[in-house]
Ligand binder design. Structure first.
Ligand code: FAD
Length: 293
C-alpha cells in the first residue's frame, strides 16, 4: 500500500516549523526519522495533508551536559545516543536500552524525539525517560513549556503534545555516585518490540534502596512508573517484602492481551522483572535468607 497524496515542506528553523503546523491546523504531521510515521502513512492509518520535515533543523541536534543536566536534542538519532560518551557517563540506562530498539538501519534514522512523540507503549525510550525522571521540552505557538516525563505519556500513541507543538529536547538529571540502573525486556527476538520490559533508575545506600523508579513497558497503555516499588525503598528486602511488592505490582498493572502474550503472562513477566531488578541492583543481598551478606 502507498500513502495518500500529501504536501511536503522542509522547515528551516523551529519558528518556521511552528508556522507551518499552525497554518495547517491538525492536518499536518511532523517528520523526524520517518521510521514510524512513514509506515503509518503507507498503511493509511493516518493521512496528513502536510508533512513538515524538521530533519534539517540544526538546533534540534546535539547532546550537552550543563549544571547537572544532560540535554538531548530531539533529532538525536538512536545510533548517536548509543555512541555518546556523555550519555554513557550520565545516563547509562539509555545506552543500555538503545541496543534493544529495532536494528541498526532503524537506529540510524529513528530519533529520540520521534520515539517519545510516537508513544508506543512497548517502546524502550519512553519507559527510560520516566525512570530517569526526565523533563520533556516542548515549544508551540505560545512559547516553551516543560513537562515531566511521567505526565507526558497519556495513552497508546497519545502524549501531552498538541498538533501545533514540537518536542525539542529531553533533559535528564545526571547520575550521582550512588545511582544504579537496570534494563531488561522479554521479546520474541532481539530488536523486536517487547512483550514486557523494565527500565529502572535507583539510588542505593549501603544495602537498601534510597530511591527506586521502576518504569515498566508493554504492560499498559503507557510506561507505568510502579507505585509498588515504594514498598522496596528504605527497607531491608526480605523474601516477604519482595513478595508483597510483587503482589502490589500485579494489582497495579492493567496489561492488554494481544497475539504475543495474554494479560496474565505479561503480569507474570513484570513480577519476574521486578525480582531480577532487585537481585541485580542489590547484589550483596541474599534474598533466599533475607539477610545481608
Ligand atoms: P517519525 O517516524 O518521524 O515520527 C513518529 C511520530 O512522532 C509521528 O507522529 C511524528 O509526527 C511525531 N514526531 C516526530 N518527531 C517529533 C517532534 N520532534 N515533535 C513532535 N512530534 C514529533 N521502536 C522502539 O522503541 N523499539 C523497537 O523495538 C522498534 N522496532 C522497530 C522495528 C521496525 C521494523 C521499525 C520500522 C521501527 C521500529 N521502532 C521501534 C520505531 C523506531 O524506534 C522509530 O524510530 C521511532 O518510533 C520514531 O522515531 P522517528 O524519528 O523515526 O519518528
Amino acid at each position: 500500500m502507498k500513502a495518500s497524496a500529501f504536501s511536503y515542506a522542509r522547515a528551516g528553523s523551529v519558528a518556521n516549523a511552528l508556522e507551518l503546523l499552525v497554518a495547517c491546523g491538525d492536518k499536518a504531521k511532523v517528520l523526524s526519522g520517518g521510521q514510524s510515521l512513514m509506515a503509518a502513512m503507507n498503511l493509511r492509518l493516518i493521512s496528513p495533508e502536510l508533512v513538515v520535515d524538521i530533519g534539517g533543523i540544526a538546533e534540534l541536534h546535539g547532546i550537552a551536559v550543563s549544571s547537572g543536566v544532560l540535554r538531548i536534542g530531539a533529532l538525536t538519532c538512536h545510533a548517536d545516543l548509543q555512541k555518546s560518551p556523555e550519555v554513557a557517563a550520565h545516563a547509562p540506562l539509555l545506552t543500555e536500552a538503545i541496543a534493544h530498539v529495532a536494528h541498526p538501519a532503524i537506529r540510524n534514522r529513528g530519533t529520540i524525539g520521534g520515539s517519545l512523540a510516537h508513544a508506543d507503549p512497548a517502546s524502550e525510550l519512553p519507559a527510560c525517560v520516566v525512570a530517569l525522571n526526565a523533563t520533556i521540552v516542548i515549544v508551540g505557538p505560545n512559547g516553551e513549556r516543560r513537562v515531566a516525563a511521567e505526565e507526558f505519556f497519556k495513552g497508546i500513541y497519545e502524549t501531552a503534545l498538541s498538533a501545533q507543538e514540537l518536542l525539542i529536547a529531553v533533559e535528564v538529571p545526571v547520575e550521582n555516585g550512588n545511582s544504579r540502573h537496570f534494563f531488561h525486556e522479554f521479546a520474541r527476538r532481539h530488536g523486536d518490540y517487547a512483550i514486557a520490559g523494565l527500565a529502572t533508575q535507583a539510588v542505593v545506600d549501603g544495602n537498601v534502596f534510597a530511591d527506586l523508579r521502576m518504569a515498566f513497558f508493554a504492560v499498559g497503555d503507557r510506561p507505568v512508573l510502579a507505585h509498588a516499588a515504594n514498598g522496596l525503598v528504605n527497607v531491608v528486602i526480605t523474601p516477604a517484602v519482595l513478595s508483597q511488592a510483587s503482589a502490589a505490582l500485579a494489582q497495579e498493572l492493567d496489561p492488554q492481551p494481544d497475539q504475543q502474550a495474554s494479560a496474565s503472562m505479561r503480569r507474570h513477566l513484570a513480577k519476574v522483572l521486578m525480582a531480577r531488578c532487585v537481585a541485580a541492583l542489590l547484589p550483596r543481598h541474599d534474598l533466599a535468607a533475607g539477610q545481608s551478606r
